[in-house]
Design a protein around this ligand. Structure first.
Ligand code: V47
Length: 372
């Protein structure tokens, strides 16, 4: 690695993978059963080689990152997700709402110089209406016109449209007019209804997430997509989730990147009520590789170092990932749930990880335009 010097099938030790390998070489799409086998095979090297083959075809040795700042404008949340350690109920001493002025003050700090992407997701707080977001976006854009605003999970967008008493379409139009440019991929969790009822009872159904993503895409707003894995779901739920994303992407082409999110087990109800272990390296690499193979129509796959560690994300670049996400300054959601990774990586650190793995680092903006 990073090149593949042998014929692809020579990397396989599990002969059951051969038909999948042949499909890939013929440029054929994988199906549900193929997905199940990719989750079942003990042949991690063969799986990785196939994913790396697709990655090399799509991106060569390019590996992307963005200088990004995370911010959550509120942690107050009226929805109850059992896996979440971030939410605070009203009255909780941790509860907060940030004003536009708070956020601008934060962005003015020297450590945020060079930030190209402001990624904001938050709780579901009924006090915040569309006017709050319009003011927020306009104020940020007036002060930092070059910072790309990537805000709202699909579930947040549905929630804030409803509490504002307007349609998702009208909410989106008003936010875009105020400066919103794209949306992150969170909030998808796992689409299977049975699992959803156990890990995020009360959260809107998969159809809502997918419908709002479709609205965004039809209006020309790109979004990302995710899947939360490593809790109580099984392989068939993961394959189902990925294929539902692929089906929507066939119709809209609006997803830029997919990010597998490794469940972080600390300080949340789900891990208190179920026996769940931290995800392992093999599991994390498998998620990246399976995604690269099943999501043939989504351009970028991220190895999210915040949740799987920098070292494993680096290895993920040879398992199908072409993007390390970014500097991710001050992340809360994963760290409150136990992530032990640093609060941010420098550009130099990201470039070192990428170079050392044999790839070419490229700083990008949110739409994958690169800077030299
Ligand atoms: O929406 C919540 C999930 C998401 C936990 O779009 C958890 O570029 C793991 O969406 N363990 C936030 N996951 C992260 C996210 C994201 C990350 C990186 C890149 C992008 C992108 C998006 O994390 C939440 C929720 O789905 N989450 N709690 C937990 N305990």
């Amino acid at each position: 690695m990073p090149g593949l010097n042998l014929p692809l099938e020579r990397y396989l030790t599990d002969t059951r993978l051969r038909p999948i390998c042949e499909k890939l070489l013929r440029g054929e799409r994988l199906n549900f059963e193929d997905g199940l086998l990719l989750y079942e095979t003990p042949d991690l090297t063969g799986l990785g080689a196939m994913a790396h083959h697709v990655r090399l075809q799509k991106h060569g040795l390019k590996s992307y990152y963005v200088v990004s700042r995370r911010l959550s404008y509120t942690n107050i949340c009226h929805t109850h997700c059992q896996f979440c350690a971030f939410q605070a109920k009203p009255g909780d001493p941790r509860a907060y709402v940030l004003s536009a002025e708070d956020i601008i003050r934060e962005l003015e700090k020297p450590e945020n110089a060079g930030v190209r992407e402001l990624h904001m997701t938050s709780g579901h707080n009924p006090k915040l209406k569309v006017e709050y977001f319009e003011h927020l976006f306009r104020s940020i854009k007036a002060r930092f016109q070059d910072i790309h605003l990537k805000v709202f999970t699909m579930i947040e967008m549905d929630y804030y449209a409803r509490v504002s008493g307007i349609s998702v379409e009208a909410f989106l139009d008003r936010c875009v007019a105020a400066g919103l440019e794209s949306c992150p991929g969170g909030g998808a969790e796992i689409f299977d209804e049975g699992i959803r009822e156990q890990i995020c009872i009360g959260k809107k159904e998969a159809e809502v997430w997918l419908r709002v993503a479709e609205i965004c895409h039809r209006k020309g707003i790109p979004t990302n997509c995710t899947m939360l894995y490593g809790h109580i779901e099984e392989a068939q739920h993961r394959v189902d989730h990925l294929l539902r994303l692929r089906e929507l992407q066939d119709r809209t082409q609006g997803f830029l990147a997919y990010i597998p999110l490794a469940y972080q087990i600390e300080d949340n109800e789900l891990s208190r009520t179920h026996v769940i272990h931290e995800t392992t390296g093999v599991q994390d690499l498998r998620e990246i590789a399976v995604a690269r193979l099943l999501l043939d129509n989504i351009p970028h796959i991220k190895a999210y170092w915040v949740m799987i560690t920098e070292g494993l994300a680096q290895v993920g670049l040879t398992f199908g990932a072409d993007d390390l996400d970014g500097t991710v300054i001050e992340e809360e959601i994963a760290h409150l749930a136990g992530a032990k990774t640093p609060q941010g990586l420098s550009k130099g650190a990201l470039e070192r990880l990428i170079r050392e793995a044999g790839f070419e680092p490229l700083e990008r903006d949110n739409l994958y335009q690169t800077y030299t």
